[in-house]
Design a protein around this ligand. Structure first.
Ligand SMILES: Cc1ncc(COP(=O)(O)O)c(C=O)c1O
Length: 410
């Protein structure tokens, strides 16, 4: 490692950080993380903290998971790379697909399409959803519906179904045919409705209204996170996702569950869809599938969708989509080891128990500090504190406040 002075002097000088302004990184150099162990990360000055976010919600098993490291090392020796485009495959992707099929059986998802991460998984599901309708003879179904406040990564398709202006405005114009409905977010919503069950019904009505307005026959898919993550942790009322699924089914619209954060136990259930008793048509996964040790993802596909592709002999079902690293053998080996550890450690039950403990703690903090406007959680380890400058108006805090809290905590 270069010495500490070199790192501090050059921090942000020759690189741009994602999701921040270059000028900000220059003015407020980020903490330089140089090691991690268990659930703790350490910076170049030796400060050590519990990493409560788990990387970017992806290090579900912590930083010292030896079986995954061993699996990666062994795979690098056996076969560090080969493509699974037409004509070749590898042992690890085959084994992993069987494991994933078992894991996602209760969700009705029986095929895997491999990707290099969450944005790729979203893009894959959006594209395959359009193709599904073309194979079935409904080429007019090309639009997408999604939730305001939803986050679906940063590729053009994902950004277009995104519901946060920060990830949209600088990159517009986005994909045409993407329409958004209000999120079931009791703390802030256009209906001024704070009752979660009533709000869920209002949002479902808005969905039905939008479908009638657009014409069901023009819509390919609805995409949502089972618990909204990057939009500020918004757990919908339990009636919401089943309601969405029923409306989609009635209108021939495919349901894409974006489980990039929620799959593999984080919500206290093995998947977010299972938490709500919903079987989606596609499920986008990534992040914790390899415990972050290798960039990897998988789109899981429902049996009914798979059949449409697999039975087609017309050529329309040829998949003209895939990434150089789709089915990377090292990623697949990492995922196999991660899945085994995730099940062995029963991560979902631990997430539920630790999540309850943290939720109770955060609610107690809310009683103590007026700067906390809302505390959200209740479903495993997905929790948030929303800070405000005034509880009555819910006005945002001054911009420096979250940074100040982070600095003090660190
Ligand atoms: C729900 C959801 N979808 C998609 C993505 C994009 O994943 P990636 O950053 O791996 O491309 C994220 C990332 O946080 C996410 O939370």
């Amino acid at each position: 490692m270069k010495d500490e002075n070199f790192l501090k002097a050059n921090n942000a000088r020759s690189l741009w950080h994602p999701m921040t302004a270059p000028s900000d990184s220059l003015k407020n150099p980020p903490a330089i993380i140089t090691s991690a162990s268990g659930v703790r990360i350490k910076d170049v000055d030796g400060h050590e903290v519990v990493d409560a976010v788990g990387g970017l919600w992806n290090v579900n098993l912590g930083y010292s998971c030896q079986p995954i490291k061993d699996a990666i090392a062994a795979q690098l020796d056996a076969l560090p790379y080969y493509s699974i485009f037409r004509g070749t495959s590898n042992d690890k992707v085959i084994e992993l697909a069987e494991e994933l099929r078992d894991f996602f059986a209760p969700d009705g998802l029986t095929r895997a399409f491999y990707t290099s991460g969450g944005s790729d998984s979203v893009e894959t599901a959006l594209r395959l959803a359009r193709q599904y309708h073309k194979i079935k003879g409904e080429p007019g179904r090309i639009k997408y519906l999604s939730l305001k406040k939803g986050y679906h990564g940063t590729h053009f398709g994902g950004a277009s179904v995104n519901g946060n202006a920060n990830f949209r405005t600088p990159y517009e114009p986005l994909l045409p045919g993407c329409h958004h409905i209000p999120a079931p977010f009791p703390y802030r919503n256009p209906f001024n409705e704070s009752d979660p069950a009533k709000l869920a019904q209002l949002c479902l009505q808005a969905l039905e209204d939008e479908i009638a307005f657009q014409g069901a026959g023009t819509i390919a898919a609805f995409i949502m996170e089972p618990v909204l993550g990057a939009g500020g942790v918004i757990p919908p009322h339990e009636s919401f996702m089943p309601g969405v699924a029923a409306i989609c089914r009635k209108n021939g619209i495919l349901l894409i569950a974006d489980e990039v954060i929620t799959a593999f136990g984080r919500t206290g259930a093995w998947t977010g869809s299972r938490l709500w008793g919903v079987q989606p048509d596609f499920s986008c996964t990534a992040k914790a599938i390899t415990n972050a040790y290798f960039p990897f993802g998988a789109v899981m596909i429902a049996e009914s969708v798979a059949e449409v592709f697999e039975k087609d002999e017309s050529g329309k079902a040829a998949i003209g989509h895939g990434y150089t690293y789709s089915g990377h053998p090292v990623g697949a080996a990492a995922a196999l080891a991660t899945l085994a550890e995730t099940k062995r450690l029963n991560v979902k039950d631990n997430a539920a128990a630790r999540g309850k403990q943290l939720f109770d703690g955060l609610k107690a903090l809310k009683d103590k500090y007026s700067a906390i406007g809302d505390v959200r959680g209740g479903h495993g380890l997905m929790l948030a504190i929303e800070m405000v400058s005034d509880r009555a108006t819910k006005a945002a805090p001054d911009k420096a406040m979250p940074g100040r809290v982070q600095k003090v905590a660190l």
